[in-house]
Design a protein around this ligand. Sequence first.
Ligand SMILES: [Zn+2]
Length: 544
Amino acid sequence: MLRITNGKIYDPANGIDGVVRDICVQDGKIVDTVPPGTTVIDAQGMAIMPGGIDIHCHIAGPKVNLARKLQPEDHRRDPHPGTLYTRSGTGGTVPSTFATGYRYATLGYTTAMEAAVPPIGARHTLEELHDTPVIDKGFYVLLGNNIFLQRLLQEGRYEDFSQAVAWWVDSTKAYAVKLVNPGGDEPWKGKRNSNVKDIDEKSEVTGMSPRQVIESFVKTVHTLGLPHPVHIHCNNLGHSGNYKTTLETMKTAGDLRLHLAHIQFHSYGGELGKNPDSKAAEIVDYINNHPNITCDVGQVMFGKSTIMTADAPLAYVLRGFHKSKWVNADTECESGCGILPFSYQEDVFIHALQWAIGLELFLLSGDPWRIMLSTDHPNGGSFMSYPKLIRLLMDRDFRREEITKVNQKAMAKTRLKDLDREYTLSEIAIISRAAPARALGLKNKGHLGTGADADITIYDENADRELMFSTPRYVIKSGEMVIRDHEFIGDHEGRLLHVVPQYDAQIAETVRPFFEDYYSIEFDNYAVSDEYLHKHEIIPTLNK
Ligand SMILES: [Zn+2]
């Protein structure tokens, strides 16, 4: 049990903006009151927020592990020492499992969602997430390039499609459905590294266009009542002129919910093959006027990153620019992936433009509940750069100074210089915890009301927002204090968050013959058994 007094509370989900009020904790939850004599934290001069929630990052699974193997130099450069309470690891842009959990905690983050796992990689992912301490976590399963599912659509078997989607989510212990460049993997695999170019281009293999695939998934996930809508990485990531594809993707959802990942990478004007310009205003305008759409930004931060994506054709194109080490891999009939070390540089036109477009999206946003904080870790930069990103949003003078250091031709292509907005603490609490919780359908997270998970971060108030958000004084996870006075005083095992949609188990017999024909493993060894779950929580579907 715990009582926190005298701190200013930022709990936007409950309409509380900087009010001094007590918070009481018992048995891992926030409660109305605790008896006298309970341990008290005096939070005088401090800001109290729910624990941070990363709605889109890459922290576990086969591609993350490949990225670790690819960059041993990062491990040497950035060892993560153990303490009396915590285990050691390695850092860099792709930290080891232990370091990932601890580093998120040192920023006050208590939940993170791995955004792209092929079904066949689920077991590996669950093992790594189990090894990721402190934070609660879940993952999104990649289904957008799944050949069997697209065949069902091609044959018009919509009910079987819906049942099979539910079976795949359940069989992998996933939290949500992810689509990455739907339709892009087959031309990459079968037509020598080419890509699908248009949302209405039909696949020669499955006869389906990306739009048909997206529409079917959006409807099915809605019908199944998954707490998070389809989470999509649109077609044409990174290409000039791709904002049109992004707008068409949003329109395809109609009035149904859709979450667009790292939308910064999908907000470019200009002609294909030529330098892009910013279409942030057009993208934000659509989002502002369509409450069914949510997104995370995927901000680019200067310095080292690791491109790590299920968009295999994209990684193939990028490796041509970078001419360094690189991996492209094909994941049976499910997905592809690509990984390459990368570096965003202030003086490079495109990198500076990407940085500016991300900031424009944040600063033009009409509703912080629907445009959320992410760097698509480690693609746009490490999650460790979140405090600096928060300062860029909150501190106009700092932002202006940073603008002078980057490629000025790129700045001339954006409106960033003219944007005076400064985010408030309450808005930061929205984009980094309250909004992700709401978009994920996590009713017990992202707020500090009675019954919420006692995931609480307490920051020393500091005018330097980067310093403030890099070193919380206290971090409380499920009611246990793991960080006190900036130091770990305990370890904690977080939970796996997953969903169990309803479906007819007979659908497995429809899927089985396809496995026997095309997969390298036996069907009976494919679905993940319950012993992989360890500490876990089933988040209820919306139609229960
Ligand atoms: Zn991503």
